[in-house]
Write a protein that binds this ligand. Structure first.
Ligand SMILES: Nc1ncnc2c1ncn2[C@@H]1O[C@H](COP(=O)(O)OP(=O)(O)OP(=O)(O)O)[C@@H](O)[C@H]1O
Length: 332
């Protein structure tokens, strides 16, 4: 399935969803191009509700939106078109005991509209791609956690959708299993040109796979966009790795009004420099203190720091007034 890369993947206009008196999503406006998008937010932020609306399982209570050019407020039978264009990997164990891996994946393909023989052929291809050659004939209930996650990914891919929605795909995996699954996801996204919406609590997974993020809090968008654009450039912080007398070097740093933010290991420094400081000045003071600088890099904001900063700004904003969040939501 090919869709024009120039059209937005997702457009939401003042979208909201209530469960009785609970507002899960309050006023979401967002435009996202195709790509690899991390959906982040604390518990109860509204991530699962948004995924359910995108999958066509829930209609919004208010507002409008289009996902893959399908109106989210269209009648249910039209929203079901999304099932053919979207692959969903749920967090919950959705396997059917008694079926082998290949039967299970083929069955998922049939549910997405593939003819039986085609679904079976695709199931074999996908399980081969996911390195489950031998395991595909075993009953799914005998699978390890890693295999369960792979077979759930296989059923999301069987009908070759352009977009994958992944809900906590690495949940329960050990570090090696997690690394292997992330590698596969990266490979699939880049080699087969698929868009991904990855909902997770694991910021490192988003950092590894995604180029865009949407941060939700209390049913609102705190921020959305390219990770690199959202990060605070922090031109006044550096990380250094040095070899020499740390005490002598620290004295020089102090003399030049440089604040040491972190020095938990010998020779490893995170520092805050004054406004007119240039990176080459470090080499001057290193020379004066007979220290060698092995490594000098800008101390960029990590995704975790970005996430915490956005959440705390959103909390403060909500504490001050109940209006929309101050950070860009990407609305045109
Ligand atoms: N079926 C439901 N009935 C009533 N309230 C619900 C229902 N589903 C979700 N909620 C509420 O809506 C809000 C958003 O929930 P949602 O599951 O979308 O958040 P989430 O970001 O996915 O959270 P988590 O990370 O814990 O899965 C929460 O306050 C939740 O309690």
């Amino acid at each position: 399935m090919v869709y024009p890369l120039s059209s937005p993947l997702l457009e939401l206009h003042h979208l909201g969803r209530d469960y009785g008196s609970i507002t899960a999503l309050s006023d979401i406006s967002l435009t996202l191009p195709p790509g690899r998008i991390g959906l982040l937010g604390p518990n109860g932020a509204g991530k699962s509700t948004l995924l359910k609306i995108l999958l066509g399982w829930l209609p919004p209570s208010r507002g409008t939106g289009r996902f893959l050019n399908v109106e989210l407020t269209a009648p249910a039978h039209l929203r079901r078109q999304l099932r053919e264009r979207v692959g969903f990997m749920p967090e919950a164990d959705a396997l059917i005991p008694g079926l082998s891996g290949v039967e299970y994946v083929a069955f998922a393909g049939e549910l997405c509209g593939l003819p039986r023989r085609h679904a079976l052929r695709r199931a074999h291809e996908i399980l081969h791609l996911l390195e489950m050659d031998e395991a595909r004939y075993r009953p799914v209930e005998s699978y390890s956690t890693g295999m369960r996650q792979r077979v759930k990914l296989a059923q999301a891919l069987v009908h070759d959708p352009p977009v994958l929605l992944l809900d906590e795909p690495t949940a329960g995996l050990d570090p090696a299993g997690r690394d292997a699954l992330l590698q596969l996801l990266e490979h699939i996204a880049t080699q087969y040109n698929k868009s991904i919406i990855l909902s997770t609590h694991l910021l490192a997974d988003v950092e590894r796979i995604c180029d865009q993020v949407v941060v939700l809090a209390a049913g609102q968008v705190c921020a959305a966009g390219q990770v690199e654009h959202l990060k605070d450039p922090r031109g006044n912080r550096y990380r250094l790795q040095t070899y020499g007398e740390d005490e002598v070097f620290a004295t020089q740093l102090r003399l030049h009004n440089i604040t040491v933010l972190d020095h938990h290991r010998p020779g490893a420094w995170r520092v805050l420099v004054p406004a007119d400081w240039k990176p080459q000045h470090f080499f001057k003071i290193a020379h004066q203190s007979q220290t060698i600088i092995h490594r000098l890099v800008p101390d960029e904001e990590t995704l975790e720091e970005l996430f915490l900063r956005l959440l705390s700004a959103n909390k403060m904003k909500r504490g001050e007034d109940a209006g929309p969040p101050s950070l860009s939501t990407g609305e045109k």
